[in-house]
Write a protein that binds this ligand. Structure first.
Ligand code: HEC
Ligand code: HEC
Ligand code: HEC
Length: 133
């Protein structure tokens, strides 16, 4: 089960019309990303990826990743995997590209970019992300 993490975000930065001081959102802390059952495995070593979501959500703006969301959908975001299901690794709205496209908001795209700026973001296929256990 997903552990929940309470996030307090200043309402002022979320919407100019909001007058309350703070608002709380519940977002998942840990998420396991695995491919849709009907999608074929692209390589033998590909294993599901443990994603520390909370770690990212307190460091980055939500919409750096949730690119189809707006301030109005705050706290009730649609999972990437509800749209990114296509099996074709070259399809921009497909499963593979959501995590591997050259630029953000893909995992690899953002991590690779931040690395060039001195970040310690993990980028190894089997050492960082697709660990078999
Ligand atoms: C580094 C990228 C990233 C950031 C930043 C981020 N998220 Fe996410 N979020 C994800 C990914 C990836 C998932 C998993 C989607 C899936 O399961 O298909 C997710 C899942 C979620 C879910 C569960 C959706 C569902 O029902 O499956 C919610 C809610 C959510 N995020 C809210 C937030 C909020 C609110 C913020 C900002 C405070 C935030 N996220 C910041 C990448 C991010
Ligand atoms: C409502 C549907 C929807 C949701 C939810 C969604 N996407 Fe997308 N995504 C798309 C579509 C459609 C595209 C194709 C380009 C466009 O229209 O923006 C796309 C494009 C992308 C791209 C660019 C791919 C490329 O190679 O150009 C990345 C990366 C990406 N999405 C990652 C994510 C991540 C990560 C999440 C979840 C945090 C997510 N998307 C949530 C529909 C969605
Ligand atoms: C928009 C940028 C961005 C995206 C997208 C992103 N990350 Fe990260 N990630 C970061 C940053 C920043 C760090 C912290 C780097 C540091 O400590 O220097 C990080 C660190 C991590 C870490 C190490 C956490 C730790 O405890 O040190 C893991 C694992 C990780 N990311 C997995 C993922 C996965 C899986 C995805 C896609 C679902 C993803 N990230 C998407 C920016 C991003």
């Amino acid at each position: 089960m997903l552990r929940k993490l309470l996030l307090f975000a200043a309402a002022a930065v979320l919407a100019a019309v909001t007058v309350t001081a703070t608002q709380a959102y519940e977002v998942p802390d840990q998420i396991v990303l695995d491919r849709p059952k009907e999608n074929r495995k692209l390589n033998t070593w590909v294993a599901p990826v443990k994603f520390p979501h909370g770690f990212h959500a307190i460091r980055l703006a939500c919409r750096q990743c949730h690119h189809k969301e707006s301030d109005k959908t705050m706290g009730q975001f649609v999972g990437c995997r509800q749209c990114h299901t296509d099996d074709d690794p070259t399809e921009r709205s497909g499963f593979y590209r959501a995590w591997h496209s050259p630029g953000p908001p893909s995992c690899l795209g953002c991590h690779t970019r931040m690395r060039t700026e001195g970040g310690k973001n993990p980028v190894g296929c089997t050492t960082a992300c697709h660990r078999s256990k």
